[in-house]
Design a protein around this ligand. Structure first.
Ligand SMILES: [Zn+2]
Length: 324
């Protein structure tokens, strides 16, 4: 099994709000890049793991030296908009891209921008990352997981080979990955529907999803407990699935809680035979799969974080399970 770690590299820090740790994307918190990236690279190195850093152009000048063995990709947050999270105000968007590409609308979702403007953002960002890191980025992640068919076409035209925004089997008002099964292996995109297998030279690499439809991300440990992230790996591994995709945001690696969580997950993964940590650009297509939901690893890993959740949330979780 190939295991990849994709890190959305952006400014921010961790705050405890009502007893739960969250990443807050405040742009003045440069430690989210300077410290978070270094901390993740150091941790990955101790496990022989590789990280794909999907870098926002506005953070490139703050990116620390991480040595060899990891790779640099591109992370695009379109537009410019203020958001609020538990009373904390912050800006969404990329200040460098805002100044160096055409964006006629403020929407933070790529899918709200025209093909031409998406292509302009992706090309400008890619060239800037190449200039800063002297390596051509081949891997892409969209801010807010939001892409459409124009994004896929623009990525192909810009020479990107791997796309990592897929939150399989979910749909919100700004992103749609609902056609993908929860357990979804890498596939080449169809030019008319990025959620279908096709023949575009762009490999879609969806993020591994737990039973409850939540990405395998150390930032989700406060919501589901570490044992369910491990259970997800066990579920994939038991079926000989070829790829396991972990995602995270660089600011979470400024907090020892999340560093410890990822360390524990990687230690667990390393207990298994024939597991190889890879850069995302090394991942290949895997024709279909017969993956099935396996409840046993999750039932064996029921933890107090889940048991302590409020009833409405458990109903929501149950609903998600029933919907598959
Ligand atoms: Zn992002």
């Amino acid at each position: 099994m190939d295991v990849i770690i994709v890190c959305h590299t952006e400014f921010g820090h961790v705050e405890r709000i009502r007893g739960v740790r969250y990443v807050v994307f405040v742009k003045s918190s440069v430690a989210g890049v300077e410290k978070g990236v270094k901390s993740l690279a150091r941790l990955a190195d101790t496990h022989g793991a590789k990280v794909t850093f999907a870098v926002m152009p506005e953070t490139a000048q703050n990116f620390p030296d991480v040595g060899n063995g990891h790779e640099i990709g591109l992370h695009v947050h379109a537009g410019w908009m203020e958001r609020e999270f538990f009373g904390i105000r912050y800006q969404v968007g990329d200040s460098w891209l805002r100044a160096h590409s055409t964006q006629s609308v403020d929407s933070p979702f790529l899918s709200d921008h025209s093909f031409g403007e998406q292509l302009d953002m992706i090309q400008a960002g890619k060239e800037y990352i190449l200039e800063c890191f002297e390596k051509e980025p081949k891997v892409f992640v969209a801010g807010s997981w939001s892409i459409n068919n124009d994004t896929v076409r623009a990525l192909v035209e810009a020479g990107i080979s791997h796309e990592c925004s897929g939150v399989a089997h979910t749909k919100t008002e700004f992103d749609d990955w609902s056609k993908l099964p929860r357990i979804c292996m890498p596939y080449y995109a169809d030019p008319d529907d990025y959620q279908l297998r096709g023949n575009l030279p762009l490999l879609m690499v969806p993020i591994s999803q737990m039973l409850v439809g939540s990405s395998v991300n150390p930032e989700h440990v406060p919501l589901w407990g570490l044992s369910w992230l491990k259970a997800c790996f066990a579920e994939y591994y038991a079926q000989n699935l070829p790829v396991f995709h972990i995602c995270l945001h660089s600011p979470c690696m400024t907090d020892p809680f999340f560093v410890d969580a990822l360390n524990e997950l990687l230690l667990f993964i390393r207990l298994h035979k024939d597991v190889e940590f890879k850069c995302t650009s090394e991942i290949e297509e895997h024709e279909g799969n017969s993956a099935r939901t396996k409840l046993a690893p999750y039932l064996a890993a029921i933890n107090k974080t889940i048991l302590m959740r409020p009833l409405p949330r458990i109903r929501d979780v149950a609903g998600r399970i029933i919907r598959g």
